[in-house]
Design a binder for this molecule. Structure first.
Ligand code: 5RP
Length: 226
């Protein structure tokens, strides 16, 4: 089975968790897009809270009614992808530059389900460079401070994320620094250290947030719990 098929079956399985009347957090990325498509096909009476402009556009095209995060009291269920799924369902997210809105939506949710293809499951976080969202003003200086923190954790300096058209700018108008590591030995300590830097808005370590994972594998969808 291709990675995309694994993403599709995990997204389709997650769509079955949604019930009429729910407020549903809609994740970002190619796996989350499969979820959004499968959810739209069910034509349930729900409201979706998108985690990015890209997801909002997809949901609108498919006819899913949307609400802004501030228009709902809480979210019943959020379904979203991940770049890595590590021990205890610790996650790296933000490969799609949506980590800030994603984390805000996850933290407002009663239940968070991560969906992914089998290759995303890792024994230790860190092979995927850790995305860090940084305010644009003075971001080069912030990048130097991040390099100091990286050195304290024996990690390489972070790199400003670029695309063909120049610097990648998030939906919130910020930039992304990606921190290559190999292995993040102490995710909680690293996350806390990154948050001490004034220019850092947030980072892609999602710790103690996922309630379950639905992993698409060649043998079908496998459910993981922390
Ligand atoms: C976006 C994310 C995505 O969930 C993550 O990058 C996984 O993407 P994909 O499902 O395309 O592999 O965190 O910010």
């Amino acid at each position: 089975m291709s990675a995309d098929d694994q993403k599709r079956i995990s997204g389709e399985a997650a769509a079955q968790l949604v019930e009429a009347g729910m407020v549903v957090g809609l994740g970002t990325g190619s796996t989350a897009a499969w979820f959004v498509k499968a959810l739209a096909a069910r034509q349930l009476d729900i409201r979706g809270v998108p985690t990015s402009e890209a997801t909002a556009n997809l949901a609108r095209e498919l006819g899913i009614p949307l609400a802004a995060l501030d228009d709902v009291k809480s979210i019943d269920l959020t379904v979203d992808g991940a770049d890595e799924v590590g021990p205890g369902l610790s996650l790296i997210k933000g490969g799609g530059a949506a980590l800030l809105r994603e984390k805000l939506v996850w933290e407002a949710s009663k239940r968070c389900v991560v969906i992914a293809d089998a290759a995303k499951k890792v024994d230790a976080l860190g092979k995927f460079p850790l995305p860090i969202e940084v305010v644009r003003f003075g971001h080069v200086h912030t990048g130097h401070r991040l390099a100091d923190i990286a050195a304290e954790f024996d990690l390489l300096p972070p790199r400003l994320r670029m695309a063909d058209r120049g610097i990648v700018v998030t939906d919130g108008g910020n930039v992304i620094y990606d921190l290559p590591s190999g292995v993040i030995a102490e995710p909680a300590a690293l996350g806390a250290a990154l948050k001490t830097v004034t220019g850092v808005v947030d980072h892609g370590l999602f710790l103690d947030l996922a309630d379950e994972a639905l992993l698409g594998t060649d043998q079908g969808v496998v459910k993981l719990v922390p």
